[in-house]
Design a protein. Structure first.
Lengths: 116, 116
DNA sequence: TCAACTAGTTTGTAATGCAAACCTATTTGC
DNA sequence: GCAAATAGGTTTGCATTACAAACTAGTTGA
């Protein structure tokens, strides 16, 4: 289908997953059954608003499920990744591996450290 | 600085490089001294307009250099990656490697394909 | 001459990422 | 008891973006 390390594969990356904020969310979710909104907010450093909107997009895409309930008397939003979400993440990871083969590693990680 | 495979590193990805179209351009450029606009257009599958604007952004960011000349009587635009571009690409690659460690590989790529 | 092609650039637009402002309910200070 | 602060999010507004359609400028073919 594609040559090993075919860099053009990069164009097929799932944009829903490719966005750093959402990739982070998915990665965190993939390591737990259920994650609280507030926890994600802290881990990710995203603002509530930003997190909320990324959450909605992932939910709309079927990659995560959002459960709303109450802890005591306060609202509590929890997220979990769906099977489709896991597949999307695994697939993204695969594509990323392919893409990385298409990006040349620096010839020699020489001792000189570049300043930019 | 960051734990091995720290997934929050994903938030530090260089957006100029992270965009698939531009990553593709950079990857192609990294493997040649000089690449023609038309060649990139075909390899990437990008429209001329899209390619042109990504090219401008990469140039504005100092990651590539654009040389305009003539071949016979027709205009010819050629691109080449700059040292800064190479560094940015190498750095991106490094970060990507870190990020990938934070994305769990599917436990076992079992033979059964599930649908939900 | 004029249509069609080459080689790109500019323009228009829909979608995106982001945070400020907002909303609703609870808790705390006095 | 009630104003202010806090918790837990959502909605709105905005600046940026990716993308292709339309355009520009020159060239070749008939």
């Amino acid at each position: 289908m594609s040559a090993p390390g075919d860099i053009t594969e990069v164009m097929a990356l799932d944009r829903l997953v490719h966005e750093p904020a959402r990739l982070l969310i998915l990665a965190v979710l993939s390591g737990a059954k259920l994650v609280e909104f507030g926890f994600l907010e802290q881990v990710s450093g995203l603002s509530k608003g930003n997190l909320s909107s990324h959450m909605s997009k992932l939910e709309a895409g079927g990659l995560i499920e959002v459960k709303k309930s109450f802890r005591g008397k306060r609202p509590l939003t929890e997220l979990c990744i769906t099977p489709a979400g896991r597949r999307a993440l695994a697939n993204y990871r695969r594509q990323l591996a392919t893409v990385m083969q298409g990006i040349p590693a620096p010839a020699a990680p020489t001792k000189r450290r570049r300043e930019e």
